[in-house]
Design a protein around this ligand. Sequence first.
Ligand SMILES: Cc1ncc(COP(=O)(O)O)c(C=O)c1O
Length: 367
Amino acid sequence: MAVPVINLRPALEATRQLWSGYLEEMFARHQFILGEQVARFEAEFAAAVGAQYAIGVASGTDAIQLSLRAAGITSPRQQVITTAITAPFSGIAIRAAGAQIRFADVNPRTLQIDVDDLGNRITKQTAAVVPVHLYGQPCEIARIRALARKQGIVVIQDACQAHGATVAGQPLTSFGSYVAYSFYPTKNLGCLGDGGAIATNSARLNRTLRQLRDGGRRGGQISYLPGINSRLDEMHACYLRAFLTRLQEWNEDRRRTARLYDEGLKDCPGVQLIERSADSVSHLYVIRAARRDRLRAELAKQGIGTGIHYPVPMHLHPAFSDCGLRKGDLPHAEKACKEIVSLPLWPYLPESGALEVIDAIRHFYRG
Ligand SMILES: Cc1ncc(COP(=O)(O)O)c(C=O)c1O
C-alpha cells in the first residue's frame, strides 16, 4: 500500500456536507471579503483556542508580520530573534515587518528553541522574540515569557504548526498577547489556499490588528495606520468553519499515529526519537535517522512519502546571510538538519499504513 506523507482527501470528504452548506450561505449573501463567514469563524476559532479574540488574515506569515507591526517593531534598528529550525516564513515575516533578524540554536533533544541560548543572544537592540511551537509541540513558553518580561521584550508566538495546543491546560494566549496561526492546507487546521489568524486577549490589539490587516482603514477609504492588505477570504472561512468542528478529533488521531511510531521505532537501530510532551498536537512526526537520504530513497521506492522539516537551518539560508552568523555557529541546528526526516502523518491515516512505515524503516536498518 502506498503511504503518502500527507493526504487531505479523507478530511475533506468527512466534512463535505458542512462546508458545502457554508459555501451556499456565502453565495446567497454574495459577500466575498470580510463578511459573515469570516466573522463567525473568528469567534469560533477564538473559542476553540481559548482566546478572547481572533483576527483572520491572509497567511501565517502575515499573522507574524502584523503582530510585529502592532507591537511597533518595524525598524532595522530593532532585532527580533527566532529559532534556527523553522519554516523560512517565520523569518520572512520578521523581514517584512522591517526588523533585523537574529537566530538562536535549538535544544538537541526536542529541536525547540534553546532558551539558554536565546537568553545569551538578547542585546540592547532586541525588541522581540518569535518562539515557534515546532511540529505541534509547545516550546518552553513559560520560561520564554519570564525571560522576555525581565528583558522588556515582546513575545510573538509562532503557533503555525500548533492549532489546539495548550500548555498544561493553559491556552497559548495566556503566555503572551500575540499568537500567530497559519491555515496552509496541510496544517492541523488548514483551508484550501493561504490563510492565517492572530489570537489575542487584548481588546486594544484586536482593534489595531483589524485595522492593520485592512490597509490601516476603519471600514472607510481613509488609511489611518501603516497597514497592509491581508484579509482572510470568505471562501476559506467556509472550509475552516467545517474543519474546526473536527480539530480535536483530528488532533487525537494524529497523536494516536505518533504513539504508534514511538512504540514501533523506539528501539530501532539508526533511529533517534525526538522528545515530545503530552501537550503536543503532533503536526509532524520527525525522527533523526542515520543515512537519512538513503532511507528516504528506499521508502520512496516502496511508495512511502517522507519530508524534511527543515533541510537547512535558517542562519545558512542565503536570504538571511545578514543575520550575523556563519556555518558552525549553531551546531545543534546544523547537525539536526542533516538527520531529520518527517514520516507520513494525517488524520485518518490507517493504523496499517503507520505499521507499514515502521516495518519498512526497521527493515532498512536491519539490512
Ligand atoms: C512554523 C511556521 N511559521 C510560519 C509559517 C508561515 O505560514 P503561511 O505559509 O501560512 O504563511 C509556517 C507555514 O508555512 C510555519 O510552519
